[in-house]
Design a protein around this ligand. Structure first.
Ligand code: ADP
Ligand code: MG
Length: 312
């Protein structure tokens, strides 16, 4: 028996590295009018590396509080312990850096991950937080002003980000002790994948990221995206997708992380990069890119379109 065209197209998409979950998802993919992308792990390879560790020389009472961390090794050891259970590429980079430096990473307890913000865990009695500097404001100093170390962390982060890196702050018992600069490389086919998506769409592609504006702009320029929206929390990504939809677009959103799940669920087509994608992203998606190539996305859209023409 011959397969119905839609099923045949789903099988072909699968052979080409995209698993589309059902026929409705295939039809929705065909109808895509704009593609929105996550950055970290989607346009980038998602194998970022620690490239820079800057210690913050805490002052006065902050110095006594700051977990006793005084060296890069101590900071990396604590940060890696806190990040150990993390699914995020930034966490993986920090753990890998500690391993490369042959640091014995202690166990942490009470781990919590805040998607789009960072992580926290207790390491040897110290509450260690690692995350987006502007979103992890340590307790204010007595007079209500932001703690000195926090102000310094944000200033250092801005310097680190000027080079296109992602900056995360390491906070120990509410005192910022260091800023870690993390670099990521583009996927080899990022530019081609984005360009083809643009060619298949009515509207130009969009970048929706939780990362800082500096890193976002650099990646966007490299792949040819003009519409860049940085600093978004997971629900902000979903709101941006909704806004595009309300403007009449049929949105396909491509992401990889837990932080992308709300946007994927909101988009007409949620597409997950499967390579290192989080379980939640894979479950939420309508289609999963199992071959670790961004160019598989426009290929799947094109296939879905051809199948639809056959059905009609
Ligand atoms: P993107 O949208 O580019 O994939 P995310 O929304 O996952 O980025 O993360 C946004 C920002 O939140 C990161 O750039 C980082 O500063 C911070 N962040 C998220 N998860 C972690 C983590 N596990 N450790 C440190 N920082 C994190
Ligand atoms: Mg991501």
């Amino acid at each position: 028996a011959t397969m119905p065209p839609l099923l045949a197209a789903m099988a072909t998409a699968g052979r080409n590295g995209v698993l589309v979950k059902n026929a409705v998802a295939m039809e929705r993919l065909a109808a895509t009018s704009v593609v929105a992308f996550d950055k970290t792990g989607t346009l980038t390879a998602g194998r970022p590396r620690v490239e820079d560790i800057r210690l913050i020389d805490a002052q006065g009472h902050e110095r006594r509080a700051a977990g006793g961390y005084r060296t890069e090794t101590e900071v990396l050891r604590a940060a890696a312990a806190a990040e150990y259970p993390s699914e995020h590429p930034v966490g993986a980079a920090i753990v890998a850096a500690a391993r490369a430096a042959e640091i014995a990473v202690p166990d942490a307890t009470d781990f919590v991950a805040a998607p789009g913000r960072g992580v926290a865990a207790t390491v040897e009695g110290v509450r260690v937080e690692v995350g987006e500097p502007r979103r992890m404001r340590p307790d204010a100093a007595g007079d209500g002003a932001p703690a000195d170390s926090y102000v310094r962390a944000c200033a250092i982060a801005a310097e680190v980000e000027a080079s296109g890196r992602t900056a995360v702050a390491v906070v120990a018992d509410s005192v910022a002790v260091a800023v870690i600069g993390i670099g990521d490389t583009l996927r080899p086919d990022a530019e081609r994948g984005v360009r083809r998506c643009g060619e298949l769409s009515a509207a130009p592609p969009v970048l929706l990221t939780g990362d800082n504006a500096g890193a976002a702009e650099r990646v966007a320029a490299a792949v040819g995206i003009g519409d860049v929206r940085p600093g978004l929390l997971p629900e902000d990504k979903a709101a941006a997708v909704r806004e595009l939809a309300e403007g009449g677009q049929r949105v396909a959103f491509v992401g990889d992380g837990v932080n992308d799940a709300p946007a994927m669920a909101t988009a007409r087509s949620g597409i997950a990069m499967g390579g290192a994608g989080s379980d939640l992203a894979l479950e939420t998606a309508d289609a999963v890119v199992v071959r670790d190539e961004l160019a598989a996305v426009p290929a799947a859209v094109a296939l879905a379109r051809r199948a639809r023409r056959l059905v009609i």
